[in-house]
Design a protein around this ligand. Sequence first.
Ligand SMILES: [Zn+2]
Length: 123
Amino acid sequence: MIPPFDVDHEYEQDDDNDTFLFEGLQQYVLTHYPNPERLDCLDAATLRAFVYAPETLDLEDRKFLHVFKCAECTRELMAHRVERDQRLELHAARSARPNKSTRRAILKASTAMPLLLFFLVLL
Ligand SMILES: [Zn+2]
């Protein structure tokens, strides 16, 4: 039986994105590295690119290590990720929802079907 919160178990059971590890690291940075003066912070466009287009950044550049020691940058990255995930969910919901012409076709079909069945029963 696994205890309710077993850190070792949680790490072993982490998903392919290492979400548990990543969230633990974020919490550690938020708690231990406050930087209210925003010393050496990455600019807003770079932080945004970190989330939306990381392939455009040279992540081997040592300047990016800053985010591991800055609660403010970490907080901004978290906000960008929430915004990105909300946009993705909205996009997925819109894609799954039939468009107006499809809805009209479904409505016509659902209206016509009982009439068609009625005539088939009569014949
Ligand atoms: Zn920073």
